[in-house]
Ligand binder design. Structure first.
Ligand code: ADP
Ligand code: MG
Length: 341
């Protein structure tokens, strides 16, 4: 099918918490188009989070297992344009018949129906025809049906019939997995720290994440293996705004507490709980070594303590780094994250 892009498959659609429901619902629909309660299946989420990829993967999977099925992928925009053209050319019947003959219709970015009442009317009829004949409808949108503005109520109510599943921003691990997959597909390997740097810093959009990687490779006239962290930072200046961001005590506090999974405000409290004390002492130690703050300022920041407490904390951390391998690993991990930010 010329409308489907065969590069978008389930195999290269990395699974994570961000997309688990949508992905598995998509998989179920692909196995039994029209035969699940997920009809329509509505995939929604922000720009560059994988809506088109997932919607196309469903279409490709259906074509792979059931080559006789008529599957059409169309962007909402293109559908609107085709409708206008068919009005002009007096071919409106052909237009409607074409879509009503499909077994599966995948319509991307239905938020673009906003304000286009006549096109919505036509789609409403096509939708009803397909749905009543047990055909599968797959939709994508930048918002949940209940938040879509400018769409007719009766069409929206249809969109809510089946399942709406959202795509979220992938977490760090998933972002790293996406980059690895991309490198693997391109037959290129970059150093682990470069991959982590990119994944750490581009954290809101998969398309940009991939774009950064592509740019890194394209800009490189060197042997790919020679891209080190410093060079990557240099090359990605346009992608990552705050590469030389000054490290603050707030940031250290945030990273340390995230790392040990303790509430961030606890390190400033008076509690003597072991894991909190440890997080507090490491935060002080890192503040001393990575910021220009004085011992007095550091003590005051971490819960109104005096400078001797900070000295004691730094001494304790240094001793533990020397004697406790596991502890040394913790501090090392956090330092690495600090430098990434
Ligand atoms: P959207 O349609 O939501 O704007 P796209 O489907 O175009 O987003 O995705 C943007 C890019 O990110 C595409 O190249 C796509 O292959 C990739 N992508 C998104 N999510 C994933 C994922 N979970 N695994 C692998 N690649 C992904
Ligand atoms: Mg898209």
């Amino acid at each position: 099918d010329p409308q489907l892009n065969s590069n978008y498959t389930f195999e290269n659609y990395i699974e994570g918490d961000c997309n688990r429901l949508a992905r598995s619902a998509g998989y179920a629909v692909a196995a039994k188009p029209g035969g699940t309660s997920f009809n329509p299946l509505m995939i929604y989420g922000g720009v560059g989070l994988g809506k088109t990829h997932l919607a196309q993967a469903i279409g490709n999977e259906i074509k792979r297992n059931m080559p006789d099925k008529l599957v059409i992928y169309v962007s909402c925009e293109k559908f609107c344009q085709q409708f206008v053209d068919s009005l002009k050319n007096n071919t409106i019947n052909d237009f409607v018949n074409f879509y009503q003959a499909m077994d599966v219709i995948i319509m991307d970015d239905v938020h673009n129906f906003a304000g286009k009442e006549k096109t919505q009317d036509i789609f409403f009829h096509i939708f009803n025809h397909l749905h009543q004949s047990g055909k599968q409808v797959i939709l994508s949108s930048d918002k949940a049906p209940k938040d879509l503005a400018g769409l007719e109520e009766r069409l929206l109510s249809r969109f809510k019939w089946g399942l709406s599943a959202d795509l979220q921003v992938p977490d760090l691990e998933t972002r790293i997995a996406i980059l690895r997959k991309k490198m693997y597909a391109d037959g290129i390997e970059l150093p682990e720290e470069v991959v982590e740097y990119v994944a750490h810093n581009i954290d809101n959009n998969v398309r940009e994440l991939e774009g950064a990687m592509v740019s890194l490779l394209a800009q490189s006239t060197l042997n790919k293996k020679d891209i080190d962290l410093a060079l990557a930072k240099q090359m990605l200046k346009n992608f990552i705004k705050n590469t030389s961001k000054e490290i603050s005590m707030e940031y250290i506090q945030k990273l340390v507490c995230e790392y040990f999974e303790v509430p961030a405000d606890m390190v400033k409290s008076q509690t003597r709980k072991r894991e909190i004390v440890q997080a507090r002492q490491i935060s002080m130690y890192l503040s001393k070594s990575h910021t220009k703050s004085s011992l007095k300022t550091i003590g005051a920041f971490f819960g109104g303590r005096d400078h001797s407490t900070v000295i004691y904390a730094c001494q304790t951390v240094e001793d533990l780094i020397d004697t406790d391998k596991k502890f040394k690993g913790y501090v090392h991990d956090i330092q690495k994250k600090l430098k990434m930010g």
